[in-house]
Design a protein around this ligand. Structure first.
Ligand code: FUL
Length: 471
């Protein structure tokens, strides 16, 4: 901060819940990948029954370095691996079961997918996360207290032997029929009591204090309520969870969050690049198009959520060429659009600046300093910023960011452009939060106005960007 921006007026007090440091670090991750890989890849199923032979797992050309390289080139910041899916087969040689890679022909029974992938991530600067399915259709004790001990022992292995973990992914699927050590029956559990999540969560905090934990309701990251790539058009990072537990929450409410939520619990959008979560050759023609992936980006990242994009390895253990090509197309499209912020160089003025202190001036919205903000006086719930671009520019989307370390505040906003003395609306939106990207029909404009129409407390924004699809 230069001299002029040292505040003389104190910054606003936080409004409602705010992100913890580990959540704030997670928000910076943006897009990362899901890797669904197990015996299902070889049986062509989505949910294994639990009686699959470990001999089935035999990728012909698994190369963790190549897989991570593809993800990295696409701009993904991390990978989360299904270390154990519902079928119970373990991709690492767990001490606590024989149902693992140690009885697979792959690498002569000495392979460890978790080791290879976590190492490749570390080498190439990606963060690594684990998915350990609570539902285990293989284990004889599933449904009984003894299974919890097994589950936690496995989690301990994953959290202590594979380096830093950025996210632990707790799935909400909960019981049903399965192999269960040979009894082949249906076992139901009560999701509110069986898993004793509080103690498992405490264990994760102790072993990997920087990791965030995902489940339908957190404790750090919530589900967005669907697997179609859609965060809520209105998306509050705050949520009330009192009546819920993992596996039992209302998807529509998870999608939008709760404006008056008592916890900071931002949404993660998990979606597959293919119809299924696992690789099926029959779906090679149904890999999402670049256009569809770009839409998903706007409907997840663009609505302030993080995007967890599933890239299932095929039977070689590779990301299929079609998937890799689509990923590359996504990266190109995003780079073309976002490499040039057309709001840079604009002159900004606001009808409201906190205490008239230049430390909170609207110019900070385009200044390139993440720490600096445009802030309003306490109690102000509507305000406007006018931008004068150095020359008329063609634009078709806006990026807005609230300074969420001070809480999420904005309820609604609009963007307008002036032509011949007349202001017209380009787009309107509800929440902003961590990030809002809104597309609109392309216009050429030099004077624009952002109006904050309603907010829970004085608006505090850190960024306003303008872009044109394709650059
Ligand atoms: C779901 C699971 O049942 C799917 O198989 C997949 O792993 C998805 C990410 O979560 O609940």
């Amino acid at each position: 901060m230069d001299q002029a921006s040292q505040p003389t007026v104190p910054p606003p007090a936080p409004c409602g819940p705010v992100p913890s440091p580990r959540q704030w670090a997670w928000h910076q991750m943006g897009v990362y990948g899901f890797v669904h890989f197990t015996v299902n890849t070889f049986t062509d199923r989505e949910w294994g029954f639990g009686d699959e032979s470990p001999a089935l797992f035999d990728p012909s050309a698994f190369d963790a370095g190549a897989l991570v390289g593809t993800a990295r080139a696409a701009g993904l910041r991390g990978l989360i691996l299904t270390c154990k899916h519902h079928d119970g087969f373990c991709l690492w040689p767990s001490r606590y079961t024989e149902h693992s890679v140690k009885h697979s022909p792959w690498r002569g029974g000495r392979g460890d997918v978790v080791r290879e992938l976590s190492t490749a991530c570390a080498e190439q600067g990606l963060r690594f996360g684990v998915y350990l399915s609570p539902w285990d259709r293989n284990h004889a004790d599933y449904g009984r207290p003894a299974y919890l001990e097994y589950y936690r022992s496995q989690l301990r292995e994953l959290l202590t032997e594979y380096g830093p973990i950025f996210e632990v992914w707790f799935d909400g699927a909960r019981g049903g029929d399965g192999y269960y050590g040979g009894s082949r029956e249906a076992r139901q559990i009560d999701p509110a009591t069986y898993y004793d999540w509080q103690n498992t969560w405490a264990m994760v905090r102790e072993l990997q204090p920087e990791a965030v934990m995902f489940s339908d309701i957190g404790p750090d990251v919530r589900w967005c309520g669907n697997e179609r790539g859609l965060a809520g058009e209105t998306n509050w990072c705050t949520l009330n969870t009192d009546a819920w537990c993992p596996g039992k929450a209302v998807p529509e409410q998870l999608n939008t969050g709760h404006e008056d939520g008592a916890h900071w619990l931002p949404a993660e959008v998990d979606v597959s690049i293919r119809p299924g979560w696992f690789y099926h050759a029959a779906e090679d023609e149904r890999v999402r198009s670049v256009e569809n992936l770009v839409d998903i980006y706007y409907h997840s990242i663009g609505r302030g959520a993080n995007l967890l994009l599933n890239l299932p390895p095929d039977r070689r253990g590779r990301i299929h060429e079609i998937d890799a090509e689509r990923l590359d197309g996504l990266r190109r499209a995003l780079t073309a659009t976002f490499s040039k912020d057309l709001a840079r160089g604009a002159t900004l003025s606001a009808d409201q600046v906190r205490g008239n202190d230049p430390a909170y001036a609207a110019a900070h919205l385009v200044g390139g300093d993440d720490q600096a903000c445009w802030a309003c006086d306490d109690g102000v719930t509507a305000a406007a910023v006018t931008l004068e671009l150095p020359q008329a520019r063609r634009i078709d989307q806006v990026l807005l960011q609230e300074a969420v370390p001070l809480g999420q505040r904005v309820r609604s906003w609009s963007l307008e452009a002036e032509a011949g003395g007349v202001w017209s609306t380009l787009c309107m939106g509800t929440t902003i939060g961590v990030r809002r990207l809104q597309r609109f029909p392309a216009v050429t404009a030099q004077r624009l106005r952002l109006r904050i129409l309603d907010a829970k407390a004085g608006p505090v924004l850190s960024r306003l960007g303008l872009f044109l699809s394709g650059g």
